[in-house]
Design a binder for this molecule. Structure first.
Ligand SMILES: [Mn+2]
Length: 318
C-alpha cells in the first residue's frame, strides 16, 4: 500500500479503528491520527475509534476523549483498521467488531506480526506505527492536530529519536510534521518527560530492587501486585522501568517482570545489538522487536525471572 486511499473504496460507509490492549503513546498517536484523517475526509457516515484507557500523557490529543473503551451493541463495519496491533489477540475490547467487519486492514510495524487482516501493511523497519501512517497520508491533508498525534506516537516509540529504530526517514517525517506548526517541545514534555509522582516512585523502587546477572550482561527487576498496591501504583505506571534498567552500564539486556494477576507476570525485555529478544519472547509465546519484546509467564516472581534469564543465557552463548 502506498496510500491509505487504496483501501477506501466508494462503497465504504462505516469505519472502525482500534489499537492494542494497554495502549501506549504510539498506539494512541496512530489511532487518533487515523481517526481524524478519515473524519476530515467527510464522506463516511461513521468513523469510530476504540481505545482502552489511554495513558494520561496522551490525553491532550484530539480524538482521545471521543474514543470508546467498550463496545456498545454489535455492529458490522464496512471496514475495520487496527493500528500498532501486533497480533489478533491484542486487539482487546474491539476484537469482536474486527471479526464481524466486512473488510479488515492491519497497519503496523512489529516484525512478529503474522498478518491477521485482509490487507496487512507492516513496515518492520519503521520506528512506530505513527511513522508508517504518516507515509500513507497525503501530507497536505495532515492538519495541526493530526501532526500532533503522529509526532506524539513517533517520539514515544523511538524515545525522542534516541533508540536504534530511529532512521533518516523518521527524522524526515518528524521534520515535515514540525513544519505543520506543532509545539514539539510541549509535546515532548507532556507526553514523554513529565511523570506523576507515583510513576517516579515506582521507577525508583524498581531500580533499587534491580540485580545484575549473567556476569553483568543482564539487569533484572520485578514488581508484584502487593508491592504495586503498597506504592498505590498500577500497571500504567510501569512502562518506563525497563528502558531505564537497560541504561545500566555494561548490560546487554534488561528484564522487567510485573504481576498482572496473582501468579501471572508480564515480562518486558530490552537488548542491544547482540541479542534478539523477540526470539526469547517467542519461546514463551510472546513477541515484539529485536531490541524490545514481551511475553507472559506463570509462576512465582523468582521462577519467572529464572526461566527468562536461562533463555537469555542460552542466546548469549554463555
Ligand atoms: Mn508501536
Amino acid at each position: 500500500m502506498k496510500n491509505i486511499s487504496e483501501v477506501l473504496s466508494d462503497r465504504i460507509r462505516s469505519i472502525g479503528i482500534a489499537g492494542h490492549v494497554n495502549p501506549d503513546g504510539d498506539c494512541v498517536g496512530s489511532c487518533t491520527a487515523l481517526w481524524q484523517y478519515l473524519r476530515n475526509m467527510d464522506h463516511f457516515e461513521k468513523v469510530d475509534l476504540y481505545l482502552e484507557e489511554s495513558p494520561p500523557e496522551t490525553a491532550f490529543l484530539q480524538g482521545v476523549s471521543s474514543s470508546m473503551q467498550e463496545i456498545g451493541e454489535e455492529y458490522t463495519y464496512d471496514l475495520f483498521i487496527t493500528c500498532d496491533v501486533s497480533d489478533h489477540s491484542r486487539i482487546g475490547v474491539a476484537q469482536r467488531l474486527f471479526d464481524l467487519a466486512a473488510y479488515t486492514v492491519c497497519i503496523d510495524h512489529h516484525v512478529s506480526n503474522p498478518g491477521f487482516a485482509d490487507v496487512n501493511h507492516i513496515e518492520p523497519d519503521s520506528s512506530s506505527c505513527s511513522e508508517v501512517l504518516a507515509g500513507l497520508f497525503d501530507p497536505e491533508k495532515v492538519d495541526l492536530h493530526i501532526a500532533e498525534s503522529l509526532y506524539t506516537g513517533i517520539i514515544n516509540d523511538c524515545g525522542v529519536f534516541q533508540f536504534k529504530n530511529t532512521s533518516p526517514g523518521t527524522m524526515r517525517t518528524a521534520a515535515w510534521l514540525m513544519e505543520k506548526g506543532i509545539d514539539f517541545n510541549r509535546i515532548i514534555d507532556e507526553s514523554f518527560n513529565n511523570r506523576s509522582l507515583i510513576k517516579n516512585k515506582v521507577l525508583g523502587y524498581c531500580l533499587l530492587k534491580s540485580k545484575s546477572v549473567l556476569g553483568g550482561k543482564c539487569i533484572i527487576s520485578s514488581i508484584t501486585l502487593e508491592e504495586m498496591a503498597s506504592l498505590n501504583a498500577s500497571q500504567k505506571d510501569l512502562d518506563i522501568v525497563v528502558n531505564q534498567l537497560k541504561y545500566t552500564e555494561g548490560s546487554d539486556s534488561a528484564v522487567f517482570a510485573y504481576e498482572t494477576e496473582p501468579g501471572v507476570f508480564k515480562v518486558s525485555l530490552r537488548s542491544s545489538d547482540n541479542l534478539d529478544v523477540s526470539v526469547t519472547a517467542k519461546v514463551f509465546e510472546g513477541g515484539g522487536h529485536f531490541r524490545a519484546a514481551g511475553c507472559t509467564l506463570r509462576g512465582s516472581v523468582d521462577e519467572v525471572l529464572a526461566r527468562i534469564v536461562e533463555e537469555i543465557r542460552k542466546r548469549l552463548g554463555k
